[in-house]
Write a protein that binds this ligand. Structure first.
Ligand code: SF4
Length: 368
């Protein structure tokens, strides 16, 4: 059990560390000891302890995305995973309060699917470059220009954008959604917004023609093919696993590509001796906790929005019941239709992979 010697005195009414806190949280520290330095634990432990107590008092559940830091993901998260799993579980949660340890659009999604619950986000500024790339007005202009094509919208968007769309998708089910909606509409062309790289990567997996938007994830767009090739030279024995928000040439240079859920499943199933996850930094830490036999090389990029969520502001959110997410009823009702259309599609038990050997397929941009 970590000692108290390096504990910083608590301030601002935050809980303090003492021997009882360290004893109660010792089993949680055992889970994360390979990815959280022992010297840091006395800083985390009082907040972890207080959050887990407050969750019971508030009848709250914490949804923690894969990109949360390991002490959040593993020590206070009740439901963990990618955005599809969090969206599905948010709809079924029995608790009165949902705390979204993730970014703003995820909290909006939880509120849309659970309108009678109190949904809190620990930091209102936790945004997303993809969500910021497009507005509801943009989607209305796309609809006016292309009235006969269905609009598939990535869940990484605002409620207003979802409300203007026909169906949502995540990186787990994007190919399935595009193909299903093309069949339903009897069309060979689907509009997929706002992530241009996800759209291009989906286009290479299907015969459906895709028109897209020039939005990007500021974390995944930074990875390059040259970087992957250099990693391959330095670590020829490692499995290179990418996320489909990366540029297509990055996927082509990798061994596997899929959503964060598919990445986790791939490592758990194949148990590679060494793996490189081409995605946000905390993902490797969290997959490492569940897969101690795999060595992770970490050429990651931090998401500044995800990293706004901390144990401290989760604690404050629960303590003060702040910051509550509200979605106007009319917007929520229409966004729920798009989300429900996605959730109603039959899903497999394992998130599908992108075939990285397929040639790149052109996806043009909408013209509005
Ligand atoms: S990792 Fe990318 S897509 Fe996810 S919240 Fe950050 S900017 Fe948005």
């Amino acid at each position: 059990m970590p000692s108290l010697s390096k504990t910083t005195p608590a301030s601002d009414g935050l809980p303090e560390c003492d021997a009882g806190v360290l004893e109660r949280t010792a089993p949680l520290y055992e889970k994360v000891r390979d990815v959280v330095p022992e010297a840091e634990w006395p800083l985390h432990a009082p907040l972890v302890d207080a959050i887990n107590r407050l969750k019971i008092e508030r009848n709250a559940v914490i949804l923690a995305h894969n990109y949360m830091t390991p002490e959040i993901f593993n020590c206070v998260g009740d439901i963990t995973g990618d955005s599809l799993r969090l969206a599905q579980v948010a709809a079924e949660a029995e608790q009165d309060v949902i705390v979204q340890a993730g970014v703003h659009f995820m909290a909006e999604t939880a509120k849309i699917l659970s309108p009678d619950k109190t949904v809190l986000i620990p930091d209102l500024e936790a945004g997303c470059s993809l969500a910021a790339s497009i507005t509801g007005e943009d989607v209305r202009r796309i609809r006016a220009a292309y009235p006969s094509y269905p609009i598939v919208t990535y869940v990484n968007t605002s409620a207003e954008v979802k409300a203007e769309s026909d169906i949502c998708c995540t990186s787990s089910n994007a190919v399935q959604v595009v193909e299903a909606v093309a069949r339903q509409w009897g069309t060979d062309t689907v509009i997929m917004i706002p992530d241009e790289y996800l759209a291009k990567n989906v286009a290479s997996q299907t015969g459906v023609r895709i028109l897209t938007w020039k939005g990007d994830c500021e974390v995944h767009e930074k990875f390059t093919r040259a970087e992957i090739e250099q990693l391959r030279i330095e670590h020829p024995d490692a499995m290179i696993i990418t996320h489909p928000e990366c540029p297509p040439e990055v996927l082509r240079a990798a061994d596997f590509a899929g959503s964060t859920g598919a990445m986790s499943s791939f490592v758990a199933e194949h148990r590679p001796a060494k793996a490189i996850l081409i995605t946000e930094c905390s993902m490797s830490d969290n997959v490492a906790v569940a897969n101690p036999g795999t060595q992770f090389i970490r050429p990651c990029n931090l998401c500044p929005h995800m990293k706004r969520i901390t144990l401290r502001n989760i604690y404050e959110a629960l303590r003060d019941l702040r910051f509550e997410i509200d979605v106007p009823a009319g917007v929520a009702q229409r966004a729920r239709v798009s989300l429900q259309a996605m959730l109603d599609l039959p899903g497999g038990c394992k998130p599908p992979a992108f075939d990285t050997s397929r040639p790149e397929t052109r996806a043009d941009y909408v013209s509005v």
